[in-house]
Design a protein around this ligand. Structure first.
Ligand SMILES: *[C@@H]1O[C@H](CO)[C@@H](O)[C@H](O)[C@H]1NC(C)=O
Ligand SMILES: *[C@@H]1O[C@H](CO)[C@@H](O)[C@H](O)[C@H]1NC(C)=O
Ligand SMILES: *[C@@H]1O[C@H](CO)[C@@H](O)[C@H](O)[C@H]1NC(C)=O
Length: 248
């Protein structure tokens, strides 16, 4: 008759766990705190979740994904901090330092990724309803945002800019950097490039056509594109198409 004691101990342990890990989801990481497995951030509307996502045996990436998995149970990841350098499951953490830097450290404390930001005032990290992860100061100024450095996806409200570059995943099951990229080229035109181990070539728009033959313009140097509220992708180089599916 020695079982009642361990059971009592377990229930005591459970009831003394910090609210952080068992309460309703939250969207903010305050200054001088950190996030580690299994803690998550969830946008107020519940659509997006940020946290450590398993990419292999004891290998994790800090990512943002749609909270609801697809019908086959897989997660639709929309942004990743460390796609080429997964971290350990134990002891890895995302920390918002007092200095204003947001860093991702591996089990051995090695910094795998950081926002390289600093601030005198305390910052907070917040996952917004749009899926944008933002570092804000007390007056609401955005110091850093995930929307500025897309991985392989842009979301509605997320502009494609002159510095943004979407790079495909290696494969359906491997989210590390792949060979296909989408970006504004030096002549202001959005292009797709295959950059493989042996060959590198632009394949869209058709490289045998000039820009106007391809329905584009090189004259607008603003280099900006985005989905509008009806699901049209509208670009400063005159590329226009409608998303085949739009809305949730
Ligand atoms: C993903 O692909 C990269 C590049 O080929 C490789 O180094 C890495 O081990 C792969 N990761 C997994 C989980 O298979
Ligand atoms: C989005 O762009 C399309 C094509 O230019 C336009 O017809 C539509 O009215 C726009 N929708 C909104 C909400 O601005
Ligand atoms: C250039 O593109 C921007 C969008 O980035 C647009 O607002 C502007 O009207 C365009 N300029 C011209 C001359 O078409």
């Amino acid at each position: 008759m020695d079982t009642p004691i361990p059971i009592l101990l377990i229930s005591l342990l459970l009831s003394s766990l910090p609210l952080f890990s068992i309460s309703s989801p939250h969207d903010t990481l305050p200054t001088s705190s950190s996030l580690s497995i299994p803690n998550l951030l969830t946008s107020p509307n519940g659509v997006f979740t940020a946290g450590f996502h398993s990419v292999g045996k004891n290998a994790y990436c800090f990512s943002i994904w749609f909270t609801v998995p697809t019908s086959d149970g897989s997660l639709t990841v929309v942004w990743t901090a460390n796609r080429d350098q997964p971290v350990n499951g134990e002891l890895s953490k995302l920390s918002l330092l007092k200095s204003g830097d947001l860093i991702l450290t591996d089990a051995d404390q090695f910094t795998v990724w950081s926002t390289n930001t600093n601030s005198i005032s305390p910052l907070e990290l917040k996952l917004l309803d749009t899926g944008n992860l933002v570092l804000k100061n007390p007056s609401g100024t955005i110091i850093w945002q995930s929307f500025d450095s897309p991985t392989d996806t842009i979301l509605p409200n997320q502009p494609m800019t002159r510095t943004a570059k979407l790079v495909s995943s290696r494969s359906q099951t491997n989210i590390s950097t792949g060979f296909y990229s989408f970006f504004f080229d030096d002549d202001n035109v959005l292009r797709l490039l295959f950059d493989g181990p042996e060959i590198s070539s632009v394949y869209w728009p058709d490289p045998w056509k000039n820009s106007w033959q391809a329905g584009r313009t090189t004259y607008n140097s603003s280099r900006r594109a985005a989905f509008n509220l009806s699901g049209y992708f509208i670009s400063s180089d005159k590329l226009l198409f409608k998303a085949s599916e739009f809305g949730l």
